[in-house]
Design a protein around this ligand. Structure first.
Ligand code: SF4
Length: 278
């Protein structure tokens, strides 16, 4: 799943088609001590609660942070979480296979019955893909050590958590980081991914002080077989400014404690659907 060569090709394509990676200094995450990156208030909001723009009016923020409503886990949400866990387990198991020879084996206990087939298909796909690439780079002498071969096959450092406080957020956990790009995996509908990726990038910049100029969105579908489409985005000024605008609006909703009201149309997959629409 996204080998080194694939990621390098994606980033090269983005550089060629989207132009040079220029970012205004005031929009880097490490400029957190001044406007516009400095937040209007430090409320510790979760990045995923606003960056993807799932709730058009921002009422989900009011319900969660002002009224303390708990989101109701919907099927797509639960499925996405379970498949993310399978993906991360496969990446971790791959490293165990490389360094200790432990065979990779799909998750067993604990996986809901209706997800078992999808979970196994995903795990087996990743296992075959990574172990195949690993053997290939070793055999071709492209990699001169196990460590290098593991890096060629699976260069993504998974579940990178950083302190989002400088941006007014709670802890921010990116699905992955590779070759200076931040990576997000999606199993269901997704929107505004470039804006969310800019938020992850800025949080990492604030924590480590290194530039993250690109984001990679990997959309995965599992319908009998696994298919994925990966897209790289240059995280320039536009997605960064949109992210900060969404963050400031989110902070405003929570700080003012005003109910923005329900959206004209709401997806039934919203975890607050029963609250807003009952
Ligand atoms: S049901 Fe609609 S208004 Fe309510 S939180 Fe969800 S998207 Fe927002």
């Amino acid at each position: 799943m996204l080998t080194l060569l694939e990621i390098a090709r994606l980033l090269r394509r983005a550089k060629v088609t989207q132009g040079p990676a220029e970012v205004s200094p005031e929009l880097r995450g490490w400029a957190y001590d001044r406007q516009p990156v400095k937040p209007p208030a430090y409320l510790g909001l979760a990045l995923s609660d606003f960056a993807y723009g799932y709730c058009p009016t921002g009422r989900s923020l009011y319900l969660k942070y002002v009224l303390g409503e708990r989101p109701q886990p919907t099927k797509p949400l639960a499925e996405g979480q379970a498949l993310h866990a399978v993906l991360f387990k496969a990446l971790e198991d791959f490293r165990r296979y490389v360094y200790s020879g432990t065979p990779m084996s799909p998750p067993g206990e604990g996986m809901p019955e209706d997800l078992r087939a999808k979970a196994e298909a995903l795990y087996r796909y990743i296992a075959v893909r990574l172990t195949g690439e690993y053997q290939h780079v070793l055999a071709s002498r492209l990699a001169r050590s196990r460590d290098a071969a593991a890096f060629y096959a699976a260069p993504i450092a998974a579940q990178i958590a950083v302190d989002g406080a400088p941006l007014g957020l709670s802890y921010v956990v990116a699905d992955g980081v590779a070759l200076g790009a931040v990576v997000e995996f999606k199993f269901g509908p997704s929107q505004n991914v470039d804006v969310a990726l800019a938020g992850y990038a800025m949080a990492i910049e604030a924590e480590y002080g290194v530039p993250i100029d690109y984001g990679i969105h990997v959309q995965i579908s599992i319908d009998g077989q696994v298919e994925y489409r990966a897209t790289a985005y240059h995280l320039g000024d536009a997605p960064r400014a949109k992210f900060l605008e969404a963050r400031d609006e989110a902070i405003d909703v929570v700080a003012s404690a005003r109910d923005p009201g329900p959206a004209p149309q709401c997806p039934k997959t919203c975890p607050y659907y029963s609250v807003c629409r009952s």
